[in-house]
Each structure stands twice: as structure tokens, then as C-alpha cells.
Design a protein around this ligand. Sequence first.
Ligand code: OGA
Ligand code: MN
Length: 304
Amino acid sequence: MPTAIPLANAEIRRLDAAFGAEVVGIDLAAPLSSEAFAALHDALRRHHFVCVRDQRLTEEQQIDLSARFGPLETFPERHKTRAGPTFYNVANVAPDGSLMSPSDPRLVAQKLNELWHTDSSYRFIPSYCSLLYAIEALPDAAADGETEFANMFLAYDALPEAMKRRIEPLQMVHDYAYDYRLFPDLPPLEPVVREAFPPASHPLVRVHPDRDGRRSLFITANTGREIAGLALDAGRALHAELVAHVSRSEFRLRHRWRTGDLMIWDNRCLLHRARAYDTSRYRRVARRTTVAGSAPVRGPFAGA
Ligand code: OGA
Ligand code: MN
């Protein structure tokens, strides 16, 4: 049953997947009462992915709404931002309106989004949630190009008990520079970025702060393959096994954007990735704001 939220005619509906919801009948460009914002925030907590349909948001309105979830991250990389460092640009269209060439570093850098990840896992405190506003969605004729999400609570629960025990004390090393080793054609990492983001290790088993200690699996494919404390080969083998595990379809939601979608997801329990599309033929434009996390990733032994 749809849950009414305290704003005229708005509805939250579950998506036809293991998680996720859409919200219709709300205008986020209009002033949002604290009750309505609380309802939206609660929907994110319950569904992990919330798509608010049919929005028209200026940059300022997106920033104002995002900042109600918490302080925003800034991105020092120049080629990834638009209109200041709070936006992360997801687009194959240059500011002059032309399609970017496939070798354009701004587009090559977005290839990394095709690997399972959470936003900013390379930071000492990774992101809480992201808000991605679809300015130009792909036309129906375009194949692929969706964003996929995978639920890491479900992925953890489905692991064999022996694997749960094995990974309990382990951490993955998340290194921003790994991206650049995967795609040697990218220009060298800017010194400001290298200094801002040294490698960070996070527990493979993540304890969600809002969920009475509910556990999720925390593994990403765009920031490295190394497991702290394991020999390189053993770490890489474990990493590959876990990435294959999270890719199972029963944990997954595939979302095809519509223009005007505001997609909000909880980076603390979902992975996501882009599905490749024909960038030389179709336009796809969105801008992302990213809400900072409030504490380092909590593992099973925090406070012990
Ligand atoms: C992002 C991202 C995926 C996509 O914006 O953080 O990973 O489908 N986008 O473009
Ligand atoms: Mn992302």
C-alpha cells in the first residue's frame, strides 16, 4: 500500500524490486515543510533508494535540498565539476552543448562509474547519500544506460557462514589513484587530489549506524583490489569473489532515468554502477550532489 506523506497528494510507492521506492506528487522546488522533509528522509532510511519523479530544480534548489540531509562534499577535481565544487557532473555533453568525444578525459573518467562502487569510498569518511538529478535522460530508443543499485544488506545475509567469519576482521584498501591505473589514458592525477585523498581502509563488514547493528558487505570495484593484511594474490582473489557475489541479480535494482528524476540513495548500504550506452549517439546529462558521512565506517569490532 502507498504510504501518504504529509504533503498534498504525494505518494511513496515501492518499486518492483527487492528495495527502492518512487515518490510522485511532490514539488521539491517549492518550500518543503520539515514534516515533508522528514517523510522523505524516512523513505530513504526504509527503502535505501528513492526516486522523486517530475522535478525541475535549479542548481541552488538542489544544493539547498541536499544540504538538509547533511553537509555536502566538495570535489577538487576540475574536470568532474560544474558550477562550483559541490556538483559532480554526470554527462556526455560538454558545456557548449556538443557531445564529448569518447577519448575526452571527462568521459573516460565516467567509465569508472560502470564498476560497482559507493560514492567517495576513497575518503576516510565515505559519503552518506547522493542526490542525482536527471536533466536529460536517454531516449527510449537508446539501449542500456540505466543506473543499477545493489543492496549490501541482502548480499551480506546471503554469504556462506564461513565467508562471513573469514571477512569479519578484514578491511579493503580504497585508493582513489587506482582509477587512474585502470585507465592509463586519463591525465595524471592532479596533486591537489592526490594530497586530499590518500588510500583509506574500511571494514568489509559494515555495521549500519541507524539499524541496530545490521550488517552489510562493503566492497567496491573502482578503488582497488587489495585487502589489508592479506597477501596481494589472496586479497585479489577474495576481492574478485566478493564482487562476483554482489553482482547477483537478486540483490539488484535497475533504474532507467526519466528526465526530472531526482534519485537519492544511501551509500552506506547500496552499491551502484552505470550501464554503458552509446555515448557517441545519445545525450545523457545529470548532476550529483553528495552528502558527507558523519563518522568513519563502523566495523563489527567498533567500541570493543
Ligand atoms: C554517480 C554514478 C552512475 C550513472 O553519479 O555517482 O555513479 O549511471 N552514476 O551515471
Ligand atoms: Mn557513483
